[in-house]
Structure formats: structure tokens, C-alpha cells
Design a protein around this ligand. Structure first.
Ligand SMILES: *[C@@H]1O[C@H](CO)[C@@H](O)[C@H](O)[C@H]1NC(C)=O
Ligand SMILES: *[C@@H]1O[C@H](CO)[C@@H](O)[C@H](O)[C@H]1NC(C)=O
Ligand SMILES: *[C@@H]1O[C@H](CO)[C@@H](O)[C@H](O)[C@H]1NC(C)=O
Ligand SMILES: *[C@@H]1O[C@H](CO)[C@@H](O)[C@H](O)[C@H]1NC(C)=O
Ligand SMILES: *[C@@H]1O[C@H](CO)[C@@H](O)[C@H](O)[C@H]1NC(C)=O
Ligand SMILES: *[C@@H]1O[C@H](CO)[C@@H](O)[C@H](O)[C@H]1NC(C)=O
Length: 450
């Protein structure tokens, strides 16, 4: 009777392979008849999600199991895994445990991706009872080295494609961010915090794109992974100057400033006439303030003397080219309060700097704002004082000579050709023009051709 039932079940398994064979050694039916109600499932099998490499446990709860047996089957491969507390399959990652013959646990250690699928808990009633649970195997994301971009060096203006390839289950989403969290400029003038997708195209890359990017792969399975890709943008130097015309009184401390941008990093220096490089030390103090591809150049003249008036150049050079910008330092006279109102009413207001028409009167009435001059002129005791006196005298001469050309001191007039427009940029994107008019109005035209 038992053998007959067993062999009949075996035939059915071979045919449909969803039914269980109860033919393993030691199995025997009890003599007492099973309860009328028979075993029932308490609840459906919870679906389980587990990371690859971990252990998965599926639970099947049966009430009133009595003499019946619980088996676990793999549905898609049609394999019997366990029957009661015996492991049938040769897969030694499989195990079975139970608590009070009521809850039956199927254990799958070191889960493989291929273990994903449906698992059936079956009771050998006739007809059999079964229920199915699903094991989902997830794989944390991994970024593939080969198809993913490495650090790049590109010329400004070229088109750049950054790629990021990742594996994982479910398929990971790829997000691009800047390492420092800065916004990413898009071609249309907008800026975004992140870009979605495995391909990140930058059309006409510019210096603002330079920096480290993170390709972040996430699929909800920890850990999220990222790869750092550095984008280097090469471009020849450019120079910007805020004030191309700077007035200073004698004895005053004056700082000339240039802003340069270049990558690879430029060599920056200041020159005077005949391209003579201004060395550090003495009365000149060149300072460079570095910030990635930007350099702020400062040249401080501790005490402006007559020979310091004239043209200065800030020069920036790198392997892709070089450029320079000029700054003119002109002599500025101390304004005289007695003549100021009349002048201001007739002189149009210039946009940049203005040289006042009160040089002569100022010589007569030294203003209170420079008491040192008074003291020097009266005392004239030390060598330094005599020198100052001499300089003051020369200044007066120049003032008279320049009466009709109030715009500039003698030191500057020698370089009238500098009044013509001069290119400040080797690439021609930005030009500064310096124009002098009879009404002593200096206008700096900044034309952007882009
Ligand atoms: C399922 O089990 C719980 C206790 O774990 C019990 O309270 C409940 O009555 C059971 N349900 C059935 C249908 O057996
Ligand atoms: C398990 O997942 C299947 C689909 O994969 C779904 O039909 C079933 O309702 C889920 N069961 C539970 C208990 O969540
Ligand atoms: C289990 O069997 C007992 C008697 O054999 C019955 O009283 C009880 O209702 C059954 N429980 C279930 C959940 O069928
Ligand atoms: C870069 O892309 C733009 C727009 O797709 C195209 O017009 C331009 O020719 C490309 N430049 C280069 C150097 O490929
Ligand atoms: C990125 O650019 C490449 C060509 O360089 C093009 O084939 C691809 O479609 C672009 N992808 C996106 C998302 O714009
Ligand atoms: C991937 O992105 C889509 C849309 O951006 C989102 O709906 C989905 O939940 C994301 N998937 C993961 C795993 O983060």
C-alpha cells in the first residue's frame, strides 16, 4: 500500500515534477488515520530579498501537520531540495530546520544570483497542498574600470564625454556630481547639481568645468559606490585688469593689480620699460595669490617716486601661449579745496579716474591732508628732506608744462602710443581700449567679442 502510493507519486513527479517523492529512506506513514481537517498553512511564505553572498531563509508555517511531511522544492529547476528534516539535493549550501514541526525553514547559504526565483513549500496530502515564496537576490553596485572614463585632459572648447559603467542587481542608476558639490554649468547657461545617466556629455567644455567629478552608482543595495574622474581643461593665459589707469601721489603706497587665468598653471611676473622684469624686494613687492587656474597678481610700490610713473605690464605665460596687460601709473596731485567747486561744475564726470585741474593752486596752498609735505618744505634739514624738496620742485615744473595737457604727468606723456587700443588677450576675446580726450575724461571701453 505504502510502496504503491510512493511509486505512484514518483511517476507524477517525473511527469510534472511539481509533486514530491516520498521515497527517501526511513520514511513511513503512521498507522493512525490523519485528522479530518488535515494540515493547513498558517500564512503565505514571505518573499525574501537578500544580498549575494548572504544567507537566505524562507519560512513555511503549517498547522496540524500530524503525520504529514513538509518538502521544499525549487520551482524553476523542478528540484526537490528537502523533505522533512532531510536535505535531498546535493547542493550543500541548502539546509532545513524546523520549530515544533510547525515552522519549516529553508536555508540557502552563500546565496548566488542564480538562486533567485520561486521556492515551493509542499505538504504530501492527497491532493497535495503547496504555496510559493519568492527569493530575490540583489547585488550591490560595482563600477567597471574598463568602460568607465579615467582622468581626462582636454582643450577648452572641445566636446567631452564622460562614461561610467556599473553592474548590480537591480540595474544601478548612475549620477554625476562634482566632488566639492559645486554646480555643473550646462551649455544653455543653466547650472545643475547632478546629471543622471551613464554618459555625461559636455559640449564645448570650459574652465568652469575643470575639477573632480564623481560617478555614483546606486541601486538601493548598500554600499553605493563611486568613482572619481578628474577633468583638466587646458587653455592659454588671459588677463583682466580692473583699473588700467592708476593715479598716485608721490610718497604714497600704491598697489597695481592684474587677474590672470591659465591652465596649465602660468608663470606670472611684472615688467617695466623694455620688458625688464621687476624683481622681488626693494620698493616693489610682487604678490601672487593662487586659486586653481586663477592668479591674482599684485605689485605694491611702497613709496611712489618720480621714476615710478609710467607703464607696467603684468605677464602671464604657459605652454599654450602668453599674454600681458598694461597698467599706467600717473601722477596724481592733491586736490585743493579752494578751486574744487568751480572745476567740478564744468568738468563732466568721467567713468574711471579724473585728473583735477588744480595743480598750480595746489602748489601754492599745500593741503592739510599731506602735512608731511609742509614739514619737509619748512624744515629741509636731513638728506631725505632735501630730496623731497627737489622732487616737489620738479613736480611744479611739470605741472606748468602740462597745464594744457592736464591728463598726464611728464613721465606718462612719453608713452602716448599706449593710448591706442591694446589687446589684453592673446585669444582676442576681450579687449580693453584706453582713450584720452581733451576734456580729461578717461573711458575704458571693454568690448567682449564672444
Ligand atoms: C497562525 O499562527 C498564529 C500564531 O502564530 C495563530 O494565532 C493563528 O491562529 C494561526 N492561524 C491559523 C489560520 O492557523
Ligand atoms: C511575493 O512576490 C510575488 C511576486 O514576485 C507576489 O505575487 C506575492 O504576492 C508576494 N508575496 C508576498 C507575501 O509579498
Ligand atoms: C488542528 O486540529 C485540531 C484537532 O485535531 C482542531 O481542533 C484544530 O481546529 C485544527 N487547527 C487548524 C488550524 O486546522
Ligand atoms: C561639439 O558639439 C557641438 C554640438 O553638438 C558641435 O556643433 C561641434 O561641432 C562639436 N565640436 C567638436 C570639436 O566636435
Ligand atoms: C553624447 O555624445 C555622443 C557623441 O560624442 C553621442 O553619440 C551621444 O548620443 C551623446 N549622449 C547624450 C546622452 O547626449
Ligand atoms: C533610478 O532612477 C529612477 C528615476 O530617476 C527611479 O525611479 C528609481 O527608483 C531609481 N532606482 C534606484 C535603484 O535608485
Amino acid at each position: 500500500m505504502i510502496g504503491e502510493r510512493a511509486s505512484r507519486s514518483q511517476d507524477r513527479l517525473l511527469a510534472s515534477v511539481i509533486l514530491i517523492i516520498f521515497a527517501f529512506p526511513g520514511f513511513a506513514w503512521t498507522e493512525t488515520p490523519p485528522p479530518a481537517e488535515g494540515p493547513v498553512f498558517n500564512m503565505s511564505i514571505s518573499n525574501v530579498t537578500v544580498s549575494v553572498g548572504r544567507e537566505a531563509v524562507l519560512a513555511c508555517v503549517v498547522e496540524n501537520l500530524s503525520v504529514y511531511k513538509v518538502a521544499w522544492l525549487r520551482v524553476n529547476t523542478q528540484t526537490i531540495l528537502t523533505i522533512a528534516s532531510h536535505v535531498i539535493t546535493k547542493n550543500h549550501r541548502i539546509g532545513v530546520t524546523h520549530s515544533d514541526h510547525r515552522t519549516w525553514y529553508l536555508h540557502i547559504r552563500d546565496v548566488h544570483e542564480s538562486d533567485q526565483g520561486d521556492y515551493m513549500c509542499q505538504i504530501n496530502t492527497d491532493p497535495m497542498k503547496s504555496q510559493i515564496g519568492y527569493l530575490a537576490v540583489v547585488v550591490p553596485p560595482d563600477i567597471l574600470d574598463y568602460p568607465t572614463s579615467t582622468d581626462m585632459v582636454v582643450r577648452e572648447g572641445s566636446n567631452v564625454t564622460l562614461r561610467c559603467a556599473a553592474t548590480g542587481s537591480p540595474t544601478p542608476n548612475i549620477t554625476w556630481r562634482r566632488e566639492g558639490g559645486e554646480l555643473i554649468p550646462l551649455g544653455n547657461g543653466q547650472e545643475v547639481a547632478s546629471i543622471e545617466g551613464s554618459v555625461f556629455n559636455i559640449t564645448r567644455v570650459n574652465r568652469l568645468h575643470m575639477g573632480a567629478y564623481l560617478c555614483i552608482a546606486s541601486n538601493g543595495v548598500p554600499p553605493t559606490v563611486s568613482k572619481r574622474i578628474t577633468l583638466i581643461v587646458h587653455f592659454p593665459p588671459m588677463i583682466w585688469i580692473q583699473n588700467q589707469l592708476v593715479g598716485a601721489r608721490e610718497g604714497q603706497e600704491m598697489t597695481l593689480e592684474c587677474n590672470s587665468e591659465a591652465y596649465p598653471k602660468s608663470i606670472n611676473y611684472w615688467t617695466r620699460d623694455k620688458d625688464e622684469i621687476i624683481a622681488n624686494g626693494g620698493k616693489y613687492e610682487p604678490v601672487l595669490l593662487d586659486n586653481a587656474y586663477k592668479v591674482h597678481m599684485k605689485l605694491t610700490i611702497r613709496s611712489v617716486g618720480p621714476s615710478d610713473y609710467g607703464s607696467y605690464k603684468c605677464v602671464s605665460k604657459n605652454s599654450l601661449g602668453g599674454t600681458d596687460g598694461s597698467i599706467k601709473l600717473y601722477r596724481k596731485y592733491v586736490p585743493s579745496p579752494t578751486t574744487l567747486p568751480g572745476i567740478s561744475s564744468t568738468t563732466p564726470m568721467p567713468t574711471v579716474e579724473r585728473v583735477e585741474k588744480k595743480q598750480r593752486s595746489r602748489q601754492k596752498i599745500p593741503p592739510s591732508s599731506v602735512p608731511n609735505v609742509n614739514e619737509v618744505m619748512d624744515a629741509s634739514k636731513s638728506a631725505a628732506n632735501r630730496n623731497d624738496l627737489r622732487l616737489r620742485g620738479r613736480q611744479s615744473d611739470e605741472s606748468r608744462r602740462n597745464d594744457n595737457d592736464l591728463s598726464r604727468s611728464a613721465d606718462v606723456t612719453g608713452q602716448q602710443n599706449d593710448n591706442t587700443a591694446q589687446s589684453m588677450s592673446s585669444t582676442g576675446h576681450i579687449r580693453f581700449s584706453l582713450v584720452s580726450s581733451e576734456s580729461i575724461v578717461y573711458v575704458i571701453l571693454i568690448m567682449t567679442i564672444s
